[in-house]
Ligand binder design. Structure first.
Ligand code: ADP
Length: 260
């Protein structure tokens, strides 16, 4: 069976019939993994077949956000790995492959090799979308990914804060150098709606996502508010698009629809 499964996957051209979207950010902590997870779950809710690679190998947070922390993927006798199903999304993350809290100190070439294994040694089956959660910044992994999968389209997550947008811009320029296409910006933590006054508070500044999208000449696909419930959800391992207390489903549905 393992051989048969492998035979179905083209290792020379991984994800041949799949739309690959890599999600990057200028710096850590802007909510890139949160946005990636919710977008993946929403695409799956819309009926698409979705895979998710947590390529933030050293700082993996996808298992926590999707509530699959501690789960181990199954492996076939020849080493082919079966991804974990999280709310309909097929997920692979280093966080599910190593022992708890093991420190990872690998460098560039090793990290690039792990990515190749995630592409080829995991049985993905037919996918409509493959989302890849990149590590923050413009280091070895994003570069290696763009070289290995030039067809990958790049989505940038930023906050309205000027420094975050500034580094995100560099990612945009790096993508243009490797001929990868930046397809849009998602601004996270755009504003906070106060429980007491219903007013939008622009804690991290205003409209930086819009400015960045103009500079890179790509659309601003959505603005996600800062919400205590979003943070609680990811601490509990529940994707916010499935949390009925929030209107995140509508927000992500709109973003996903713009991507189709
Ligand atoms: P990154 O992948 O960019 O490092 P994460 O997705 O891990 O960022 O998010 C960092 C922290 O911010 C997490 O604790 C997460 O729950 C929180 N967070 C992300 N987006 C939001 C939001 N819109 N509202 C509130 N908290 C958020």
């Amino acid at each position: 069976l393992a051989k048969k499964l492998r035979g179905e996957q083209d290792t020379k051209e991984p994800f041949k019939n799949t739309r690959v979207i890599a999600i990057g950010s200028g710096k850590g902590g802007v909510g890139k993994s949160t946005v990636t997870s919710n977008l993946a779950v929403e695409l799956s809710e819309m009926g698409y077949s979705v895979g998710l690679i947590d390529a933030d190998i050293l700082g993996h947070s996808i298992p926590q956000i999707l509530g699959i922390k501690g789960q181990k993927p199954m492996a076939m006798s020849d080493g082919t790995i079966i991804p974990i199903n999280a709310n309909g999304v097929k997920v692979i993350s280093m966080g599910n492959l190593i022992e708890k809290d093991e420190a990872l100190i690998w460098r560039g070439p090793v990290l690039g090799g792990i990515l190749t294994q995630f592409f080829n040694d995991v049985y993905w089956g037919e996918l409509d979308y493959m989302l890849i959660d990149l590590p923050p910044g413009t280091g070895d992994v994003p570069l290696s990914l763009m070289q290995q999968l030039p067809k990958a389209e790049i989505l940038i997550v930023t906050t309205p804060q000027i420094t975050a947008a500034d580094v995100a811009k560099r990612l945009g320029f790096m993508a243009s150098k490797t001929n990868s296409k930046v397809i849009g910006i998602i601004e996270n933590m755009s504003y906070f709606i106060c429980d007491n006054c219903d007013e939008k508070h622009y804690i991290f500044g205003k409209r930086e996502g819009e400015k960045l999208s103009k500079e890179l000449n790509v659309p601003l696909l959505g603005e996600i508010p800062l919400s205590t419930l979003v943070r609680e959800d990811s601490d509990k391992g529940v994707p916010s698009v499935l949390d009925e207390r929030l209107n995140m489903k509508d927000k992500y549905n709109l973003i996903a629809t713009k991507l189709l």
